[in-house]
Design a protein around this ligand. Sequence first.
Ligand SMILES: NC(=O)c1ccc[n+]([C@@H]2O[C@H](COP(=O)([O-])OP(=O)(O)OC[C@H]3O[C@@H](n4cnc5c(N)ncnc54)[C@H](OP(=O)(O)O)[C@@H]3O)[C@@H](O)[C@H]2O)c1
Length: 270
Amino acid sequence: MSTTKHVLITGASSGMGRATSLLLSQNGYRVYAATRTPEALHDIAGNTLIPLALDITDMSSVTNALKSLERVDILINNAGYGLVATVEDVTEAEMLAQFNVNVFGTLRLCKAVIPLMRSQNSGIIINISSFLGRIGLPLFTLYNASKYAIEGITDSLRYELAPFHIRVHSIMPGFFDTNFARDNLVTNPHTFSKHSPYASMVSTLTPVIVEQINRGNAAQEVAEMIMQIITDEHFSAHATVGDKAKKFIPMRKELSDEDFERRVREYYGL
Ligand SMILES: NC(=O)c1ccc[n+]([C@@H]2O[C@H](COP(=O)([O-])OP(=O)(O)OC[C@H]3O[C@@H](n4cnc5c(N)ncnc54)[C@H](OP(=O)(O)O)[C@@H]3O)[C@@H](O)[C@H]2O)c1
C-alpha cells in the first residue's frame, strides 16, 4: 500500500494556497489543489500537484469534486477574502457572502472530508484563520468575525474529532504579501464614499492596512508552518506566523482588555 499522504487544499491558485501546494508537492505529498480557476495552476501542475475545480460555496460542487479522490489525509481550509464595510452600510448580500466563503466554505469542506478521515481513523485539518481572529478592527468587522468563527470551529472540532484521531489546528497569520489586498478585498461603496461619516476612519486606516499586507511576510512562511504542523503530531492547537501575529497575539494574552485596546488604538491611530 502506498504511504504517500494525500492533501486537499482550497484557494490554491494564489498566495498561501499556491505556495503550500508547491511546497507539499515537492516534499512527497500528493496535493489536490482546489480552486475556482484550475487554469491558474497550469505552470505548476504535475503528477503530485493536481488542480481540482471546486467551488467552496456550493456543497454539490464539493461532494462531486471529492468523488474523484481516493483518500484525504490532510485538509487545508485556506480560501478566503476580506470585506471592508461598516456595519451600518454592509448589505445583506455582502454579509452572507463573507460568511459563505470564509466560514461556511470551511464547514462544507469539513463536512465532506470528515467521514473519509473517520473511516481512515486518522487525519489532519488545518484552518487558515488570521491574527484578526483574535483582534477587533473597525471596518473589518465582518472579516474579523469570520476569522473569530474559524477559531471557534477549530476549538470545538478538536474535541469532536479527537476520538477518531483527527487533529485540528488553526494558523493565525499576520499580514502577508499575497493577492489578498490586490485582488480580494471587497469594499462597500457607501463606506468608501467621501460623504460617509466614517470617511476619516476609512482614509486613516485602510491605506495603512493595505500597505501592511502588501509589504507583509512571504507566503512561503505559511507553507513551512503547515509542513511543521503536519509533521509534528504534538503541535499545539493554534500557530502564529508572520510579524504582526507575533506582535499582537502574545500581547492579547498578556494585557488586560483595556490595555490591549489602548495599544491597538495607538498603533492604528484610532
Ligand atoms: N494575506 C494576508 O495578509 C492574510 C492574513 C491573515 C490571514 N489571511 C488568510 O489567508 C488565506 C489565504 O489568503 P492569501 O493571503 O493567500 O490571499 P489570496 O492570494 O487572495 O488567496 C486567497 C484565495 O482564496 C480564494 N478566494 C478568494 N475569494 C474567494 C471567493 N469569493 N470565493 C471562493 N474562494 C475565494 C481564491 O482561491 P481560488 O481562486 O483558487 O479559488 C484565492 O486565491 C485567506 O483565508 C485569508 O483570509 C491572509
